[in-house]
Design a protein around this ligand. Structure first.
Ligand SMILES: [Zn+2]
Length: 308
């Protein structure tokens, strides 16, 4: 069984202000890393078409229309101090959601063992009615809803981005069928993600880590909290909000993970997925702002996925 990789030059067309860390070069670095011969076995596809209606699976229609209305014909339109749109942003976010739909559908149907979607912009800070933290629509949340529509009644989302996935937490706060587990540095942007934030049915699990924590602490937290909660949820699919900004080189976080820590977490989740849900895993790129840390981490993650 093969791993599906979705990437596309149109994700480069979402431009940000000069000097912004969430820049198109991130995806170029990922592409370069995945062009190595050891990734020859990947099945590669360009972005799948998506439409605004996909965002309405998790955001109110008014919000979706408002964001779409902000898209500028030229230059940049700011939604908050660090979140903006360029002319290429709307096509990029729609394609990210469409690619998420394609990846989830392909893994749910058994066409592929698992999938990695290398898209921009990231989405896990986008709350039901608020764009923030470089995020416009919550692509991961859309993917979880699509998985449910495609027959996965119980979904587990594991978010190991260094920042708390506050948007995903907001969207699934009262949904007992979607487990949301987030490991993140705390305190750090956006300030949420304390252990006592558990959701209405206890299906939100926050695993805050401290500045300076390394792979040992990360692995301990995953062994003692993340994996047991995922197993207890009995998911029909595991989705990964795969940010790589907990890497030791990353300028936006202060954790000290190495690429091999992401390979380890990937491998352990694959073992759990193999036992619980036919190995079904779909991973979506979120953050990761040091080009070397990002590309080596993505390579370790995807190479591990290919071992399914
Ligand atoms: Zn992040």
């Amino acid at each position: 069984m093969t791993t599906l990789l979705i990437s596309d030059p149109l994700f480069l067309d979402h431009s940000m202000p000069a000097g912004h860390p969430e820049r198109p070069d991130r995806l170029r670095a990922v592409e370069k890393a995945l062009n190595d011969s050891r990734f020859a076995g990947l099945l590669r596809e360009g972005a799948a078409e998506g439409e605004l209606d996909l965002a309405m699976l998790v955001h109110p229609e008014d919000y979706v229309r408002e964001i779409a209305g902000h898209a500028p014909q030229e230059g940049l339109a700011f939604l908050d101090a660090d979140t903006s749109m360029s002319p290429g942003s709307l096509p990029a976010v729609m394609a990210a959601m469409g690619s998420g739909r394609r990846a989830v559908g392909a893994v749910m149907s058994g066409e592929f063992a698992n999938a990695f979607v290398a898209a921009r912009p990231p989405g896990h800070h986008a709350m039901r009615e608020t764009a923030m933290g470089f995020c416009l629509f919550n692509t991961m949340a859309v993917m979880a809803r699509l998985a449910q529509k495609g027959g996965a009644s119980r979904v587990a989302i594991v978010d190991w981005d260094v920042h708390h996935g506050n948007g995903t937490q907001d969207i699934f706060w009262a949904d007992k069928d979607v487990l949301f587990v987030s490991s993140h540095e705390m305190p750090l942007y956006p300030g949420t993600g304390a252990k006592d934030e558990r959701g209405e049915h206890g299906s939100i699990v926050n695993v805050p880590l401290r500045a300076g924590d390394d792979g040992v602490t990360f692995r301990d937290a995953f062994e003692s909290i993340v994996f047991p909660r995922v197993i207890a949820h009995r998911p029909d699919i595991i989705l990964i909000s795969a940010g790589f900004d907990a890497h030791r080189r990353d300028p936006l976080g202060n954790l000290r993970l190495e690429a091999r820590d992401y390979a380890w977490a990937t491998e352990r989740l694959m073992t759990i997925a193999a036992k619980m849900c036919g190995g079904r895993i779909v991973s979506l790129l979120e953050g990761g702002y040091d080009l070397e840390g990002l590309s080596t981490s993505v390579a370790a993650h995807v190479e591990t996925l290919m071992g399914a």
